[in-house]
Write a protein that binds this ligand. Structure first.
Ligand SMILES: [Fe+2]
Length: 365
C-alpha cells in the first residue's frame, strides 16, 4: 500500500465518505492550483535495509513517526517559533527576534544585518561572528529570513542558516569548523533542532543510508502557510549528499521520486519524446508547458500518486531526499496542508571532515 492516495478535484462525495470514516483528507492546493485531495494511507516505517535500498536508488525515504514524541517534548520551543513567524509575518524585525533568542549567547557576536533589494523574497539577513573565549573561529555566519514564494497570496516564510557570500556560494568551500558554527547558530536560535539531532532512530537510519561520516548543515526552518509550498525542484548541490526534512508541527504533502522516473512520466504525458530529453528539460526549467504539467496538472499529480510518489507528513515524520548526482536525485514538490502555518526543519547532509567538532552535534554534545 502507498503512503498516500490522490483524489481528483471535485471528488467531494468520496472525500465526505472518507472523512466520515475518520480518514485524514486534505485539499491539495498551492497558489491557486487545485490538484484535488490527498488521503494519508500507509504509515509503516521501512526497515533499515529497505530504507537503504530506496536511498541507493535515489528514491525519497518516508520515515513516519520516526521523531516519536519529540514534537511534544519540544512543544514550548515549537510554539515559540510559530509565534515568532507570526510576528515576522506582521512586519516584526528579524533582528529583534535574533537578539531575543541569542542576544546573550557567550560565543556569538552580532556583526550586522543587510537586505538584498535585488531579491524580492529576501526580508532580512543577520550576521554573527563566532568568538568562543574571545578568539574568532568563524565570521560571516548568517541567518536569512525570506518569503518562500514571490507571490502575495503565499505567506510562507523560511529562515536559512549559512556562511559567506551566498552569490559566490562560499558555503560550499567553507571549512567544517565554520559549518559547525552555522549549525550551532541554528541550534541556539531554534532549540527544537534537538528533536531531529537527538533522535537516535533517525540518526541511525541516516548512518545506514549514507554509510560515511556526515553532518546535518545548511539548515532551513520552514513556516509553510496555507496555499503555500515549493514547486518541483531538486537539491543536488555540489557536496550535498541529500536532505532530511522533519515535520515538527502541522502537515505537508509531498510529491517526490527519482529524476529518471519523473522524466519517464513526462515522456508518458507527451511533453518530451525521450527520457533523456525530458531530463534535460527538467534541468533547463525554462519550458512553461512542462512547468504547468509538473506543478498545476491534477491528472499528472494522479499519475505520480499512482506510482507511490505522494506522501503526507505530520508532526513527528521525516522524509529523506537523496542526491547522489544531478541525475540521481529525488525531485520533490511540497504543499502546505491545513488552515494554519506549520513548522518543519530541513537539513542538508554533507560529508563530515575531521575539523567538525563533535561537540557541535547535540547527538554527542
Ligand atoms: Fe528541496
Amino acid at each position: 500500500m502507498f503512503a498516500a492516495r490522490h483524489l481528483r478535484p471535485g471528488s467531494h462525495a468520496v472525500v465526505g465518505a472518507l472523512r466520515r470514516r475518520g480518514r485524514d483528507v486534505w485539499p491539495l492546493h498551492r497558489r491557486g492550483a487545485d490538484l484535488g485531495f490527498v488521503v494519508a494511507m500507509d504509515r509503516t516505517m521501512p526497515s533499515v535495509a529497505a530504507a537503504k535500498r530506496r536511498w541507493d536508488r535515489s528514491e525519497p525515504v518516508f520515515l513516519p513517526g520516526i521523531l516519536d514524541d519529540a514534537p511534544e517534548f519540544h512543544e514550548r520551543a515549537i510554539d515559540a517559533s510559530l509565534r515568532m513567524f507570526d510576528r515576522l509575518r506582521r512586519g516584526g524585525r528579524f533582528l529583534d527576534e535574533v537578539e531575543r533568542r541569542v542576544g546573550d549567547d557567550p560565543d556569538l557576536r552580532y556583526a550586522g544585518s543587510t537586505k538584498d533589494r535585488s531579491d524580492p523574497r529576501e526580508v532580512e539577513r543577520v550576521f554573527v561572528d563566532a568568538e568562543p573565549g574571545g578568539r574568532k573561529e568563524a565570521e560571516d555566519v548568517w541567518a536569512k529570513l525570506a518569503w518562500i514564494a514571490n507571490d502575495e497570496s503565499d505567506a510562507s516564510l523560511r529562515i536559512r542558516f549559512s556562511a559567506g557570500k551566498e552569490q559566490l556560494e562560499e558555503w560550499m568551500r567553507s571549512t567544517d569548523l565554520t559549518a559547525s558554527w552555522v549549525d550551532r547558530f541554528a541550534q541556539r536560535m531554534f532549540p527544537e533542532c534537538a528533536a531531529v539531532l537527538r533522535c537516535e532512530p533517525l540518526r541511525q537510519m541516516l548512518d545506514a543510508m549514507i554509510a560515511r561520516p556526515h553532518r546535518l548543515s545548511e539548515r532551513i526552518v520552514y513556516n509553510n502557510a496555507p496555499d503555500g509550498g515549493a514547486v518541483f525542484h531538486h537539491d543536488a548541490e555540489p557536496g550535498q549528499i541529500g536532505v532530511i526534512f522533519s515535520q515538527l508541527e502541522g502537515h505537508t504533502a509531498w510529491l517526490s521520486l527519482p529524476k529518471e522516473r519523473l522524466a519517464a512520466l513526462v515522456v508518458r504525458a507527451g511533453a518530451r519524446r525521450t527520457r533523456r530529453a525530458a531530463m534535460e528539460a527538467l534541468d533547463a526549467g525554462s519550458d512553461e508547458r512542462l512547468w504547468r504539467l509538473l506543478n498545476r496538472d491534477a491528472a499528472f499529480c494522479a499519475q505520480l500518486a499512482a506510482r507511490g510518489a505522494l506522501f503526507v507528513l505530520r508532526a513527528g515524520d521525516s522524509i529523506a531526499l537523496p542526491s547522489q548526482s544531478i541525475d540521481r536525485v529525488a525531485w520533490h514538490s511540497v504543499f502546505a496542508l491545513g488552515s494554519r502555518a506549520s513548522l518543519a526543519h530541513s537539513y542538508g547532509l554533507f560529508p563530515r571532515r575531521p575539523d567538525y567538532p563533535m561537540a557541535a552535534d547535540p547527538r554527542h554534545g
